[in-house]
Write a protein that binds this ligand. Structure first.
Ligand SMILES: [Zn+2]
Ligand SMILES: [Zn+2]
Length: 593
């Protein structure tokens, strides 16, 4: 096991626990943990991400020398991680036991479930990936960008099938409805009982308004379930999901009012929604052109697998849009979040090769705004609006028809599955706690039968109890920045934050090699701190201060440049703080001539 230098955790205490766990040696700890329990051996469970955030979902089950992993997703960067591309789960513990990993089950093709695969596959010894056809295709498409990642070994699974992972674990899979096709859930058969992980799901409603697929949940409930895990993303949303039929009807109504072109911006990953839009367009006699790399490749994969079969003639290449009348065209594109390089932004900025906004255009943003993107979405809408287009922002549809079961649907599943224990997954603590409360009310479970485990905490499952241990596996962030994985640590991030918030000041002092005297007035360069021209007085004071610091250095011994840099940094830092109440990064440069 190679100890990682990346140590970032949002709380100091976490970082410390992670450190001690590593110091103790995780391998040893786990052996003692299973043995010292005496009477009954436990199945160990831990999540390496996804339990304190939305994203980087990854968890595993372990019994003796066998491990089964579920999902390997990424998380998009936060405000506190400037310049970072992605955050991926910390696989340190699993890397030390890679020979035990029997497989990784991927529940569906969203990035928060597949995104870390190219980064971790090699580290985990390239174990087989169990997943459905569409998910496999999406994973393979992404692997093209990672020529150094090993070729994944897939084992295809379908709802209704059972697979065995080794001596101790097997799983029966079942289909679930999410907002991307071919989502899968599973009953994991373990030595202590059946654990249900349904992946991510919502209910689908028929034309009669009744939920479909309840038979599956009823069947799951007949399998004597020890522990039920449920996605907590929708646990704060009351009611039922809005039926996709209603979403379809609403979109159709809207499309019918459009007199010119229709341009729809949404997520490339919402494959179901994309399919619906294409279907409606075809019904209204409009051709569909797709703009955006990820959206195009997702739709191509879906078509290749036989989805959207009837719509083959509907889809046209984007360069052919001009050959059709405006009221016979619909453009589907990425970028409803105002992402700078996505299609809709390029259309808005007049940078798109084939589409420029016309006043007769109807532009529909069909996705809710991801928190943090509000400002760029406003700018996008402003820019489109100034060019005269009519804009509809259908975020309500998305909130009420997201891919995640809201409260009433979660409760229905709880009631049908009737587990002994409940373990909420996916989501921040407050969401998981809300989910646990629902289970306590719905199933009359005592709070100790609903388990709130944070990332990295080892949970031991026995026939008649589930316990949170004190064992904390490394679960601090591993950050991906450009080509580097895990090489951006807390120090680099702190510097980025300081540079972003306070700016920097470089002081260059030239000293005589012979006597250590300062040779000329120190040079000062500033970026993002103060405007030098208007602050000559302050700069003169800084120069004077540096001369006096250097003057105080004893002359009779060789110059210790590191020591000198440290005191310049400290004293100039303090001086500037007293004068400006700002703390720029100070970079002293000592030149000996
Ligand atoms: Zn999902
Ligand atoms: Zn997800």
């Amino acid at each position: 096991m190679t100890p990682r230098t990346t140590t970032l955790s949002r709380s100091g205490s976490h970082a410390r626990t992670a450190q001690t766990t590593r110091a103790r040696g995780t391998q040893k700890t786990s052996q003692t943990a299973t043995k010292t329990q005496g009477q009954e051996e436990s199945v160990r469970f831990a999540a390496l991400g996804g339990l304190e955030e939305i994203g980087r979902n990854m968890m595993f089950f372990e019994y003796k020398d066998e491990i089964v992993v579920i999902d390997a997703g990424l998380q998009f960067p936060e405000e506190e991680t400037p310049g970072i591309d992605y955050i991926i789960p910390n696989t340190t513990y699993l890397e030390g036991k890679k020979q035990n990993i029997k497989g990784i089950v991927i529940t569906h093709g969203h990035y928060d479930h597949i995104g870390a695969i190219p980064y971790i596959l090699d580290r985990l010894g390239n174990p087989p990936i169990y997943t459905t056809n569409l998910t496999k295709e999406i994973i393979m498409k992404r692997q093209e960008d990672f020529p150094n990642s090993p070729k994944p070994a897939f084992i295809m699974i379908n709802g209704g099938e059972k697979v065995s992972f080794g001596n101790y674990f097997s799983a029966t899979f079942f289909d679930v409805v999410h907002n991307i096709p071919e989502g899968i859930g599973m009953i994991l058969h373990t030595p202590i009982g059946n654990v249900v992980h349904p992946g991510e799901f919502k209910f689908d409603y028929g034309h009669d308004g009744k939920p479909k697929g309840l038979d599956t949940w009823k069947w799951v409930g007949e399998q004597k379930i020890h522990t039920l895990m449920l996605d907590s993303t929708g646990s704060e949303t009351p009611g039922y999901a809005l039926s996709e039929r209603i979403v379809e009807q609403e979109l159709e109504k809207l499309f019918r009012t459009a007199e010119g072109r229709i341009i729809v911006g949404t997520f490339a990953s919402l494959l179901d929604r994309l399919g619906e839009i294409i279907k409606i367009a075809s019904k209204l006699g409009r051709k569909v052109a797709i703009s955006g790399f990820s959206m195009k490749s997702n739709i191509e994969i879906a078509q290749r697998l036989g989805y959207l079969k009837d719509q083959k003639s509907t889809i046209i290449p984007i360069e052919e849009v001009k050959r059709h009348k405006d009221d016979k065209v619909l453009v589907l594109c990425t970028g409803a979040q105002g992402e700078p390089n996505a299609s809709l932004m390029r259309i808005a900025n007049g940078e798109h090769r084939y589409i420029t906004v016309k006043p007769t255009d109807t532009i529909v943003l069909s996705s809710s705004v991801v928190p943090g993107n509000e400002r760029s979405v406003q700018n996008l809408k402003d820019s489109l609006s100034r060019q005269g287009a009519t804009i509809f922002h259908y975020k309500m549809l998305d909130i009420h028809s997201s891919g995640h079961a809201p409260q009433e649907e979660l409760k229905m599943v709880m009631k049908l599955v009737k587990p002994k224990f409940f373990l909420p997954i996916h989501g921040y603590y407050f969401m998981r706690r809300r989910n646990a409360k629902l289970a306590q009310e719905e199933l009359n479970l005592k709070p100790e039968y609903t388990i709130l485990a944070d990332n990295g905490i080892v949970v031991e499952l026995r026939k008649n109890e589930v316990t949170l241990t004190k064992e904390q596996l490394p679960s601090y962030y591993v950050m991906v920045d450009g080509l580097g994985v895990g090489d951006v640590g807390e120090v680099v991030l702190r510097d980025r934050r300081t540079l972003a918030q306070e700016g920097m000041l470089v002081v260059i002092a030239s000293l005589s090699k012979q006597n250590g005297r300062i040779l000329k007035n120190p040079d000062i360069i500033s970026r993002g701190f103060i405007y030098l021209k208007e602050n000559q007085g302050l700069l003169d004071e800084v120069r004077k201060k540096i001369r006096s610091i250097v003057g105080r250095i004893p002359r009779h011994q060789p110059l210790d440049a590191d020591y000198l840099k440290t005191i310049i940094r400290d004293q100039i830092g303090q001086f500037l703080y007293n004068k400006t109440k700002r703390r720029p990064m100070i970079l002293p440069v000592i030149i000996e001539v």
